[in-house]
Design a protein around this ligand. Structure first.
Ligand SMILES: [Ca+2]
Length: 197
């Protein structure tokens, strides 16, 4: 029995399947990384714009950083959600002479950093989405000059700041859920005011 010839239509279908197969394997891991990183960069750009709008008088000082006022800056990190925690950690180094607070444990989420001594009310600063920084902090690095203390306070809801804890430089608290406030309970998501130094 003679073999049935492959019709032109079949040839076309085979050719297009071949093209599709080549296209599917044409996305290299480097391409995938690049597309993920441009998604992250777009996310950062739009969040930077939000921070600029939410914090009057602020200005962008680099691709990931907004200066909210002199000596106070917010950082939007390039966290790749698919990256391992150990890889992410490198984004979260705190510059020397700064006190760095982070939205989430393990130095994740948004960051707010302070350089100048004095009391800073966290409700004055807004992260993307319009959430003020009070009751949000879950990890801290104090990278000020050696021996410099920072203190953290809770607002009692009526009339006074209540001291919760102090941290000497160089020092860190990677998960405030593990740290007890002086008057009870954990430190997590409770800080309303910091005495930078
Ligand atoms: Ca509080």
């Amino acid at each position: 029995m003679a073999r049935r010839p492959i019709s032109r239509l079949h040839r076309l279908a085979l050719a297009s399947m071949l093209v599709a197969a080549v296209a599917a394997t044409d996305v290299t891991p480097a391409d995938a990384r690049e597309s993920r990183s441009s998604t992250i960069e777009r996310r950062i750009d739009s969040e930077i714009q939000e921070v600029l709008e939410l914090n009057p008088g602020s200005r962008q000082i680099d691709a990931h950083t907004v200066e909210l006022e002199k000596g106070v800056r917010m950082r939007i990190f390039a966290v790749d959600p698919d990256a391992a925690p150990a890889v992410q950690a490198q984004y979260f180094l705190c510059d020397y002479k700064w006190l760095c607070l982070f939205q989430h444990r393990d130095l994740l989420g948004y960051g707010i950093d302070f350089y100048n001594c004095g009391n800073k009310n966290l409700s004055s600063y807004f992260m993307p989405g319009g959430v003020p920084w009070n009751d949000q902090v879950s990890s801290i690095i104090n990278n000020q000059t050696k021996g410099t203390w920072s203190s953290f306070f809770d607002w009692d809801g009526v009339s006074q700041w209540i001291w919760m804890k102090s941290l000497i430089a160089p020092g860190h608290l990677y998960n405030l859920a593990w740290d007890e406030a002086a008057y009870g309970g954990t430190m997590n998501d409770r800080i309303d005011m910091v005495t930078v130094c």
